[in-house]
Write a protein that binds this ligand. Structure first.
Ligand SMILES: [Zn+2]
Length: 589
């Protein structure tokens, strides 16, 4: 199954998908085709889907080639050329095709169960489309670009070397507290230099977004954003419910973890001071009074970072071993990716940063890209991206390309669940003690990120529900949310940084409202994990069945088939928090 091919029936074999003159006639054929009955409409949708899959694959292939070899200027040119010359033209053709679909008389006779999801998405796109919004959207994107440019250009001088801000993150794991503080201070001071400009960019974006919503007939950008993000299965009140439940149930556990971190660090520092009395003239009376913002990433026992593997072969074979233990089918799929060259995992010069899974939509095969450096995070990333890849394999037989992809709220369940299913198999890489340490770190990271997701989400809701607010009002709102959701660290001396801390969250500028998806998905993944702990086979069956549905069903149904509830109430969240807490209590430090 995993090496199956899916031959074309509509798009000619010899088409050049980088040449608009080759592509345009196919759109024209689809636009001009007479459709007299539901069967013809279905065939039209299939042909449409095949063309879109071919175009999407061309884009993915060019993107993959570029990110694997950023030094090759021809590869970069090929990708940019596609973005400039093909993508916008495709977009306007898709709008024309959608209009044709909505106007088709046979549409009402399609099987609602099969086409319901597609229909509601196409209808929403048509309803939201306004010609006069195109230049406004371009301007918002340019401002988002400007935000990224400013952030990307931020560097600091440290140890006589220029560092980007992401490069500084590793110093926050240093056991020497002074090193951490100095590194943290350099980063926040650098960010503060651009604080006012960030506020100005954001204010301009808010005005534009408000205008875009008004043009499309909405009084509020929130309602517009929910519709344009195809959030049919939850609404503004549900999001608020999510925020509130997280505040009540997850924030206390998060703060407990921080307190524990503080307690251990304080112990550690006592030990250090005793030693330094003997060994150095450094003031031994320095006390660890409170947890500061630079104390959150360090190992509280002063241990070195975990080192799961020394080379890529070991990472691949280790993860292969985990899948073999979990499920023969998953093992077979991962093995086929290895043998077919669908993995590029090693970090090397000339490779773009980060990691992703990309599906080649025509071949219907996934590709995993990442920059492994030998740390535990790499193991998690590969398990995560493999979860996305299994999703792509599971939907191979779905003929409609749109249904081969699920909404992010569920796509991330596929990936985050794989990290959790593998949590008890990490002894592939470690001795028992370190395997437990890696598992603890993973569970803690889940508890740490959920409050931040809720905080960012609530902040956005406030922002768009209060158009015309001042920077002062916005700052006051953020501080209030930080008191409700934040880490409870001692910020004294760094008030300005605390006030503008939200500016580091790219989504606020680049993809407004897009963030809660990760929280929703994590709730799904934790539910699947609990099921897995009770009955491994049943959990895997549900996981695979839900993945196979791709995006063909509404979110609550995808969750249900997987064995989870699409629900943000305490009733659903409480058992998850309790389970994580119990698991953490059993794990050694
Ligand atoms: Zn993901």
């Amino acid at each position: 199954m995993s090496t199956e091919t899916f031959p074309r029936t509509f798009v000619p074999a010899d088409i050049d998908l980088g040449d608009w003159e080759d592509i345009e006639p196919l759109f024209k054929v689809l636009l001009d085709r007479q459709i007299d009955n539901p069967e013809e409409l279905e065939q039209w949708l299939l042909d449409n889907s095949e063309l879109m899959a071919c175009i999407s694959e061309e884009r993915s292939e060019r993107y993959i080639a570029m990110s694997c070899d950023t030094a090759a200027s021809d590869k970069e040119r090929a990708y940019l050329d596609f973005l400039e010359n093909i993508a916008p033209r495709v977009k306007s053709c898709v709008y024309a095709l959608n209009t044709k679909y909505v106007a088709s008389e046979s549409r009402g006779d399609l099987n609602a169960d099969r086409y319901g999801v597609l229909d509601r998405e196409v209808t929403a796109e048509i309803e939201l489309f306004r010609e006069e919004n195109i230049p406004l959207q371009t301007e918002v994107s340019k401002l988002a670009q400007q935000y990224q440019k400013i952030t990307g250009a931020m560097t600091v001088e440290y140890k006589d070397e220029e560092h980007t801000l992401p490069q500084m993150a590793k110093y926050l794991e240093e056991t020497d507290r002074d090193v951490r503080q100095q590194a943290w201070k350099l980063v926040i001071s650098r960010r503060l230099q651009d604080r006012d400009e960030m506020d100005a960019i954001f204010d301009r974006q808010l005005q534009l977004r408000q205008q875009i919503a008004a043009n499309a007939g909405f009084d509020d950008y929130r309602s517009y954003a929910f519709k344009s993000m195809m959030r049919f299965d939850y609404n503004i009140e549900d999001s608020e419910h999510f925020q509130e439940t997280v505040r009540e149930l997850v924030v206390p556990l998060y703060r407990d973890l921080n307190l524990r971190q503080f307690g251990m660090l304080a112990e550690e520092s006592k030990g250090k001071s005793c030693q330094s009395v003997v060994q150095s003239s450094k003031d031994p009376t320095v006390e660890f009074r409170t947890l500061r913002p630079w104390d959150l990433e360090v190992d509280p026992l002063g241990r070195d970072p975990l080192r799961p593997f020394e080379n890529i072969e070991r990472l691949e074979s280790g993860v292969q071993e985990i899948f073999t233990r979990l499920d023969p089918e998953l093992a077979r799929l991962f093995a086929s990716m290895r043998s077919q060259g669908d993995l590029d995992l090693e970090s090397r010069k000339g490779k773009a940063p980060g990691g992703y899974m990309s599906t080649r939509d025509e071949k219907r095969r996934p590709f995993i890209f990442m920059n492994a450096a030998g740390v535990q995070r790499d193991v998690e990333t590969l398990l995560h991206e493999a979860g996305h890849a299994f999703h792509a394999f599971a939907t191979q037989h779905e003929p409609l390309v749109g249904y081969r992809h699920s909404p992010i709220e569920f796509a991330e369940v596929a990936s985050m669940t794989m990290e959790l299913f593998a949590a008890d198999e990490l002894d592939v890489f470690y001795d028992t003690k370190d395997a437990a340490r890696a598992k603890r770190k993973h569970l803690e990271s889940i508890i740490k990120i959920i409050p931040w997701i809720a905080q960012i989400d609530r902040f956005q809701h406030w922002i768009y529900a209060n158009p015309g607010h001042s920077v002062v009002d916005r700052t006051a709102c953020w501080l209030e949310l930080d008191r409700a959701f934040g880490a409870q660290v001692d910020w004294s001396g760094y008030q300005e940084s605390r006030e503008s801390y939200w500016q580091r969250q790219l989504h606020l500028f680049v993809h407004p409202f897009y963030y809660i998806e990760y929280g929703i998905a994590q709730l799904g993944a934790l539910q699947l994990w609990l099921r897995f702990k009770r009955d491994q086979d049943e959990a895997l069956r549900g996981y695979r069945a839900a993945l196979a549905l791709g995006g063909s069903r509404p979110l609550p149904e995808l969750f249900e088939v997987a064995g989870a509830r699409f629900d943000f109430s305490a009733e659903t969240i409480k058992p998850l928090v309790d389970a994580v807490q119990d698991e953490l209590a059993e794990l050694p430090v």
